[in-house]
Design a protein around this ligand. Structure first.
Ligand SMILES: CC(C)(COP(=O)(O)OP(=O)(O)OC[C@H]1O[C@@H](n2cnc3c(N)ncnc32)[C@H](O)[C@@H]1OP(=O)(O)O)[C@@H](O)C(=O)NCCC(=O)NCCS
Length: 169
């Protein structure tokens, strides 16, 4: 993946590029803040050690990308196979945007970019296994063509989880 510059719907220029080691500290801080605020992910809300973050967000990923405005980290995504073996053509993605940068189209830019990157990595479909039912990201995913293929009752703290899927071909 090469570095690209994308203009969001709010007219913001976002650079999307592979994450480098220099980004890891800021990524950890941003993701740990999400977990503490119980936003989006199923982690137990509380402090998140760097090792736990690295294991979840960085290690064994097909791609970890960051979205930056100028030199500031605004968001990130990662891609990984969702399944093993003959189902490994289905990719999985995780996304976040720092609270101060939300609502400006950066999430849309990251998800859109990730779909092209996933295709280039050889995935021909994407699946998200557990999108919490009240997550505003659902609108974004549905706008970008993801369909609901399942609903897991009582998945996270009594809240249901939605399974999303779409083809990339
Ligand atoms: C989900 C998330 C990545 C979206 O990022 P974003 O940069 O706000 O996304 P966008 O600006 O492209 O659009 C998000 C949607 O929320 C709406 N929105 C408006 N203001 C917003 C705000 N302040 N905060 C969040 N969403 C807002 C947008 O209008 C848009 O709705 P639409 O799709 O119907 O147009 C971001 O909210 C986030 O990081 N959430 C916490 C982590 C998370 O839940 N990740 C996904 C796990 S499945």
């Amino acid at each position: 993946m090469t570095r690209v510059s994308v203009r969001t719907s709010a007219g913001l220029d976002v650079t999307i590029r592979p994450a480098a080691e220099d980004d890891y500290e800021a990524l950890h801080a941003a993701f740990a803040a999400l977990v503490l605020a119980d936003e989006g992910y199923p982690h137990e809300p509380g402090p998140l050690l760097y090792e736990e973050f690295a294991h979840y967000w960085l290690e064994n990923k097909s791609l970890v990308a960051v979205g930056c405005v100028g030199r500031q980290l605004a968001g990130s995504y990662h891609l990984t196979p969702n399944f093993l073996g003959r189902a490994s053509h289905i990719g999985n993605g995780g996304y976040f945007v720092l609270p101060e940068w939300r609502g400006k189209g950066i999430g849309t830019a990251l998800v859109t970019h990730s779909l092209g990157a996933a295709r280039k990595l050889g995935f021909d479909a994407m699946q998200f296994n557990l999108v919490r039912e009240t997550n505003p990201a659902r609108q974004l995913y549905e706008r970008l063509g993801f369909e609901i293929v399942g609903r897991i009752p009582d998945a996270v703290g009594g809240e249901a989880g939605i399974i999303y899927w779409r083809r990339l071909t």
